[in-house]
Design a protein. Structure first.
Length: 53
């Protein structure tokens, strides 16, 4: 399934997007959580700042 999404993104304007994965550690349980998304290259810093909250 991942191969299909990557292949389809390279056909058109997909090169303008980046897959971002942000890892945060919970202070309460100590477990790691992951937030991921396909983000436009101009919005990567905003996505990371929002996910780190």
């Amino acid at each position: 399934m991942a191969k299909k999404s990557v292949a389809s993104l390279q056909k058109g304007g997909g090169k303008e997007f980046t897959k971002v994965v942000v890892t945060t550690k919970s202070a309460k349980t100590g477990a790691y959580t992951f937030k991921e998304g396909m983000v436009h290259n101009d919005k990567v810093k905003e996505f990371v700042a929002e996910a780190a909250k």
